[in-house]
Design a binder for this molecule. Sequence first.
Ligand code: GLP
Length: 246
Amino acid sequence: MKIIIKKTYEELSKAAADIIKEAITKKPNIVLGLATGSTPIGCYQELIKMHKEGLDFSKVTTFNLDEYLGLAADHPQSYNYFMYENLFNYININHKDIYIPGGTTKNVEESSKEYEKKIKEVGGIDLQLLGIGSDGHIGFNEPGTPLDSRTQLVKLAESTIQDNSRFFKKREDVPKFAITMGIQTIFEAKKILLLASGENKAEVISKALEGPITPQITASILQKHPDTIVILDTAAASKLKKQYQL
Ligand code: GLP
């Protein structure tokens, strides 16, 4: 694991976008795994700027980590909607090369299998972008999820429902279930880029990066991944025990 610490969220976002830009430049038909949440928004804004300056997404394929069960793609809180609003509407990606789990899919088991199959068909994910939940989840893989899990339907932890209620009118509006890539699905990405910003992530970041590898903090599995880069701002890094250079 390589850990990079930046002073601010803006610098963190730029550093993440630079890594993605370099990867696209090296392999124009790259397969990217993408994340939602507030953390990657700055990185997406940088990528949009880079696109305006010529970065070409026309051969890129993307797979998103997750989606709330029950939210249609045009629901403003759905992750489908989020991705178009925060990135896809502003870059030249072919919409047929965008894959996001469907929140209103009828047969979740079947479509989860299809999702895994599709990832394999395109040769696997080259670069997976991740945020981290305050309970240590990646995607929506909550504490206790077996580390060999694949894309599936999951029940959200109460703490996640509470965290994500800030995006909904009422807490009761937050879906209780979601479809998420599994931990093993994420782990199979050739390169992983985990971002975390702010003091409220400091505790979980110290557990995930320096604590034991455990299904209780699903991000901890990344300690075993051969090519993971973690980019933190100083606030998110403030509870790490080891000293890292800025
Ligand atoms: C959701 C998403 C995760 C994301 C997490 C953190 O639960 N499923 O992929 O990492 O939120 O969100 P934020 O970046 O807003 O803290």
